[in-house]
Design a binder for this molecule. Structure first.
Ligand code: FES
Ligand code: FES
Length: 138
């Protein structure tokens, strides 16, 4: 993973000082975990969110095994979702991430990875919540 000089400073900043690196307990009922891979390059991203009872994302963590743009994209994504409602997080598009980081066209799939990871984490959380809600009704 080589970052060359033409990269935008925001990418470099997120790459050198990634925010929210780490893991949350995936067995926590309030945690949603998304693990996605990029077919284009084989990079893998794990993104997790912790949601409170009002649907607000109170924490987010990521681990990315991949290029600088993928690390920067996931770092930015965790920053964006923290403190937001899950409905808002659902609307994050890879275009928004790519624009914020000024990613070149060949690196667009790296921001796609972040969008996919957010969606996967949200889906996992929703699935757990639905199971929990139906178990409570019984
Ligand atoms: Fe370095 Fe994807 S470009 S791992
Ligand atoms: Fe594949 Fe960046 S080169 S995720």
């Amino acid at each position: 993973a080589v970052l060359n000089r033409s990269y935008h400073e925001k990418v470099i900043d997120h790459y050198e000082n990634p925010r929210n690196v780490g893991s949350l307990d995936k067995n926590d009922p309030n945690v949603g975990t998304g693990v996605v891979g990029a077919p284009a390059c084989g990079d893998v991203m794990k993104l997790q969110i912790k949601v409170d009872d009002n649907g607000r994302i109170i924490d987010a963590k990521f681990k990315t095994f991949g290029c600088g743009s993928a690390i920067a994209s996931s770092s930015l994504a965790t920053e964006w979702v923290k403190g937001k409602q899950i409905d808002w997080a659902k609307t994050i598009k890879n275009d928004d991430i790519a624009k914020e980081l000024s990613l070149p066209p060949v690196k667009l799939h790296c921001s796609m990875l972040a969008q996919d990871a957010i969606q996967a984490a949200l889906n996992d959380y929703q699935k757990k919540k639905t199971q929990r809600d139906s178990a409570e009704k019984k």
